[in-house]
Design a protein around this ligand. Structure first.
Ligand code: NAD
Length: 405
């Protein structure tokens, strides 16, 4: 899949890197200060018929705290139904977001959504191992599928999801919010536009403490894996996004604290190295046992780019360090989930493949499977070669919309 969208990121958006020795410079988004007018149709209020209607499955933390509010600020997307096995929660959520009791479904009545012409897409926000079942069921009733990360609990399920959506002729997007944020796009522009010179090394860390022994994330049958599938995935995916290329080989080690009841089924920590084309060496670490940190550093021949935090929902910070100066790139923040959801809606409306289709999530599943295999066998694992750029990605998101406040 090759990007063909004429709205590819504008290199001019990389401006504002004036340097002053020994000071901290700021490179603000030129659009941010002046762009108070909506810049694309997606940012205008639209009649209901112009918006894609979604049924959101799973009313857990992510849905309640981030996704339902995100629909309120979306332009191309609207919340049309919620699905949960907790009737009270479903009804309360529906009412809280302007829907009616009739818009609250259960997993058993999910197929009734087939009758709802105003529901074109389903957003799956369930434990990883349940993504396949609901993606297949959604495809069978002709709904487009936006699926939370990781696409599935393993490669086989991810392949099945891609196949089911393809066979049913519905669109599939892996919900990789970090591939829709202005800060990550600015970082990608710097990396791919030569702003750091030739890239040599990348280091990325995503760690957090998972304290809850009863949490589905610690159960293999529901999560598919441990910290790698949940948080290590961000490191892999963001590095692939920044470089635009695919890794050739992986080497990895896993470790779980002996006797810790949280880690009897899934791993606690993973450290892995990825070799990318052109000799770019990438080193990543993830853990469920280390105190919160989410960072990414790209080391080039002429400078270093630092994202810290790199994967949070808000307050992402991008800095470029050169021998003479440190420049902070400040971009206005837009809700990451709104950008992601509206991109999928634009793809549905315009008949395009999303920037992060199912194949993008599937490739990460394959890389993670290779990481586990390398750790198990204690040796490097070669990956299938995929020369070229953005080989698994579809149409890039609309840049002007992304950079608007
Ligand atoms: P959560 O535990 O808060 O919610 C899970 C939901 O699934 C709940 O509504 C629960 O009732 C429902 N569920 C249905 N069957 C279940 C079962 N058998 N066991 C447990 N729960 C069941 O989880 P979450 O944090 O909302 O994560 C859901 C998905 O979203 C996961 O795939 C996760 O990786 C992803 N996620 C993505 C981000 C992101 O930034 N993109 C952030 C958090 C979570």
């Amino acid at each position: 899949m090759t990007p063909t969208d004429p709205t590819r990121p504008d290199p001019a958006a990389q401006t504002g890197t004036e340097s002053h020795p020994t000071s901290l410079n700021t490179a603000t988004d030129p659009n941010a200060a002046t762009n108070t007018e909506p810049s694309t149709p997606s940012s205008l209020p639209q009649p209901q018929t112009r918006q894609v209607g979604y049924a959101v499955l799973g009313l857990g933390e992510l849905t309640l705290d981030e996704l339902l509010p995100a629909y309120a600020t979306a332009g191309r997307s609207r919340l049309a139904a919620v699905v949960s096995d907790d009737r009270d929660k479903a009804v309360q959520s529906a009412l809280a977001y302007g829907l009616s009791e009739a818009d609250a479904y259960s997993y058993d009545t999910f197929e009734d959504l087939a009758e709802r012409d105003d529901v074109q897409a389903v957003y799956i926000v369930l434990p990883n191992a349940l993504h396949r079942e609901y993606a297949e069921r959604a495809a069978r009733i002709g709904k487009h599928v936006l699926c939370e990360k990781p696409l599935a609990g393993n490669v086989e399920d991810a392949e099945a999801i891609v196949r089911a959506c393809r066979d049913a002729g519905v669109r599939l997007m892996t919900a990789y919010r970090c591939q829709y944020t202005p800060v990550h796009w600015r970082a990608r522009d710097l990396v791919q536009g030569g702003g750091l010179g030739a890239v040599k090394l990348i280091h990325s860390v995503n760690v957090q403490v998972e304290p809850d022994e009863g949490q589905w994330r610690l159960r293999r049958d529901l999560a598919g894996g441990g910290s790698l599938l949940d948080v290590g995935l961000y490191c892999i995916n963001t590095v692939r996004f920044l470089l635009g290329t695919e890794p050739l080989e992986v080497t990895a080690r896993t470790h779980s604290t002996p006797g810790d009841p949280r880690f009897t089924e899934v791993e606690e920590s993973v450290s892995f190295q990825l070799e990318f084309p052109d000799g770019v060496l990438v080193s990543c670490s993830c853990s469920y046992g280390a105190s919160h940190a989410r960072t990414l550093d790209v080391y080039g021949a002429e400078g270093r780019l630092s994202l810290d935090p790199a994967f949070d929902y808000t307050s992402l910070r991008l800095r470029v360090h050169t021998p003479d100066a440190v420049t902070e790139h400040r971009l206005r923040e837009t809700d990451q989930f709104t950008l992601e959801i509206d991109h999928f809606s634009a793809c549905i409306q315009n008949g395009r493949d999303p920037f992060t289709p199912g194949e993008e999530g599937l490739q990460d599943e394959r890389i993670m499977a290779a990481i586990y295999r390398s750790a198990r066998e204690r040796q490097p694992v070669r990956l299938d070669e995929h020369p070229g750029r953005d080989v698994f990605r579809g149409a890039p998101p609309e840049r002007p919309r992304m950079e608007r406040a």
